[in-house]
Design a protein around this ligand. Structure first.
Ligand SMILES: [Zn+2]
Length: 279
């Protein structure tokens, strides 16, 4: 484009179609006409669509490739890692509410009687309420509501807790801290999508007359299948993402899979503590 224009966002004279500073596009004569607006709208939709399809495809068929692309700077063709994670997260919420499940939160009753930290939970509740049964029952109601909300809202905490484990294992790769967070975001996007599938399978078993997640058999097999799928995925993903090879790749995959599983347990505990002190 020969003639120059002034970028309305940064006030600099430009000669290119897009401002080199902020990316603002030069106004065209037909700008804001109905057809122009419709064309832009269609372009935005198909670009988001295209990115979403390309990214979700990559997440499933090429473990680790998205992380590798992002680290190498090939970013425009894909959704950003946080966007992808938030979409997977939204889908996970939707599937949970359709199947009436809350896999990441437990009721106060379960914390007090079932979970490994029940003694700790009992002592916290006793400290606050003594043996006032009525107060505890009232607290349980508000606790359970808040726990469901917190468990949904704070999933990103698990991602942030996972990243240091990857950083420690692959410290030899000399990656910036953000690279490990990107890896964790991509991994958890996959994990949440796997959970969506698992919940759907459990729901299908319920509809076909089985016990659903309430049946210990379905619950155990689904949990084991989830761990196996995620473990295999981590093994495949750390190849492209961290150039992991050989025995150290296997060891790293096992450690990261254990970390992933432990963080799910740790997350329930963290949600208990956070919900206890905030409700
Ligand atoms: Zn500009």
């Amino acid at each position: 484009m020969a003639t120059s224009w002034t970028c309305p966002s940064c006030g600099k004279r430009r000669r290119t179609k897009f401002c080199a500073e902020c990316g603002e596009e030069r106004l065209r004569p037909r700008d804001l006409s109905f057809t122009d607006l419709a064309a832009r709208f269609a372009r935005t939709l198909s670009s988001v669509d295209g990115k979403l399809l390309r990214s979700s495809r990559a997440i499933f068929v090429a473990p680790g490739a998205l992380t590798d692309s992002y680290i190498r700077g090939e970013r425009r063709r894909f959704l950003g890692p946080l966007q992808l994670f938030l979409i997977a997260n939204a889908l996970f919420f939707a599937v949970q509410s359709l199947t009436n499940t809350n896999v990441l939160s437990s009721s106060l009753d379960s914390h007090l009687h079932v979970q490994d930290w029940r003694d700790f939970a009992q002592s916290l509740v006793a400290d606050r309420f003594g043996d006032d049964e009525q107060a505890i029952a009232a607290f349980a109601k508000s606790f359970d509501r808040a726990a469901i909300f917190n468990a949904k809202a704070l999933i990103i905490l698990m991602v942030l807790a996972f990243a240091p484990a990857a950083a420690l294992l692959f410290r030899g790769a000399h990656r910036a801290a953000g690279a490990h967070i990107v890896f964790a975001l991509h991994l958890y996007s996959f994990v949440l999508l796997v959970l969506c599938v698992a919940l759907s399978v459990a729901e299908a078993s319920l509809l076909l007359g089985g016990g659903g997640l309430a049946s210990p058999v379905v619950d155990t097999w689904l949990s084991l299948a989830n761990v196996a799928v995620c473990g295999a995925y981590i093994y495949l993903a750390i190849g492209p993402a961290y150039s992991a090879r050989g025995l150290s790749r296997t060891v790293a995959a096992i450690v990261l899979t254990a970390t992933l599983a432990l963080l799910f347990v740790g997350y329930r505990f963290a949600i208990f503590v956070i919900t206890f002190y905030t409700s």
